[in-house]
Design a protein around this ligand. Structure first.
Ligand code: CUA
Length: 328
């Protein structure tokens, strides 16, 4: 008995980290996630109470003599506990859950900011449309102003993905040829982790993104900076890196605004050096990781559409990595 208690306690302690952190639905950071967490905790408490009642009843039945129950009373326990009770509890839960849906599915109020996210294989294209000019395009990083409802417009033209930011809410599937929506209102600042919640192929588990929730002034500054063209290389190393980037045809798939690289297949790299991570949040945004990513792409992300450039010499990789990290 004591061993079982100790085992249960150790298991509970091991599970506690799941209640907080950048990717926990139990540590909500938006109005919508708070509602979902609230439903979860009520269900946990309800389940615990029912489980305890059933255990007490079972214990009582083991102790009591069979003849102290008439057949009629026994039938009532079976029909009441086995049919009526679950029907009532499940009906309450259904009504409770369905009543929560309309606010979770409601679109953001008119005039809210729209962020377009495309599910790619296997990364996320993020776009901030603008009424003046081109807008901003980047990959695997979303910035949101705290306290403002934002409307996500979710698109995809390949396989089914599912957009989920556990701490902020979701998840909503992305279907080829259809547009789905999700409105979220972040309530506190921080960096949160988003994931793909639908198996979509080789690198499904490596299809992640960062969500930065920040004060409005910081968000505006970030968006203005992202809309600027790329910085020109400022050292010999980064100048060589840019030349290699253009010579090896990287610009056929990637855009670096302000240069002749204008490809649309891969992520826009105009400000890639300013991101928190690279390769869909699988590597930190540091020069040595750019080198690894470029040379061993499919080792880092199996099935990646970008070919590996392992034929490049070490000094060439260094120059390319310095150039990309310099694109802040
Ligand atoms: Cu995209 Cu799983």
């Amino acid at each position: 008995m004591r061993g079982a208690v100790r085992w249960c306690l150790s298991l509970s302690v091991l599970m506690l980290p799941g209640c907080s952190g950048v990717q926990s639905a139990l540590d909500p950071a938006s109005l919508e996630a708070e509602r979902i967490a609230w439903l979860f905790w009520w269900m946990v408490i309800g389940t615990a109470v029912i489980w305890l009642a059933v255990m007490l009843l079972a214990f009582y039945c083991l102790r009591v003599r069979p003849e102290s129950f008439t057949q009629r009373r026994a039938n009532w326990i079976i029909i009441g506990g086995g049919t009526f009770f679950p029907t009532i509890v499940l009906a309450i839960l259904l009504i409770f859950g369905l009543a929560m849906l309309p606010p979770l599915l409601a679109p953001a109020p008119a005039g809210s900011r729209t962020v377009v996210v495309d599910g790619e294989m296997w990364w996320w294209r993020v776009r901030y449309p603008s009424t003046e000019g081109e807008g901003v395009s980047l990959a695997n990083e979303i910035h949101l102003p705290v306290g403002e409802t934002v409307q996500f417009q979710l698109e995809c033209d390949n396989v089914v993905h599912s957009f989920w930011i556990p701490a902020l809410g979701g998840k909503v599937d992305m279907f080829p040829g259809r547009v789905t929506h999700l409105a979220l209102t972040p309530t506190r600042t921080g960096v949160f982790r988003g994931v793909c919640a639908e198996y979509c192929g080789d690198s499904h588990a490596l299809m992640k993104f960062d969500v930065v929730v920040e004060p409005r002034a910081d968000f505006d500054r970030w968006l203005t900076h992202q809309s600027q063209p790329a910085a020109s290389p400022s050292t010999d190393l980064t100048t060589r890196g840019q030349a290699l980037f253009l010579r090896h045809g990287c610009g056929a798939c990637h855009t670096v605004r302000g240069t002749r690289a204008d490809g649309a297949i891969g992520p826009d790299l105009t400000h890639v050096g300013s991101r928190l991570t690279i390769a869909a949040a699988t590597l930190p945004c540091e020069p040595q990781h750019f080198e690894r990513w470029i040379a061993f792409t499919d080792d880092v992300k199996p099935g990646s559409r970008m070919p590996r450039y392992s034929m490049l010499k070490q000094d060439e990789l260094q120059a390319l990595a310095a150039y990309l990290k310099g694109l802040r």
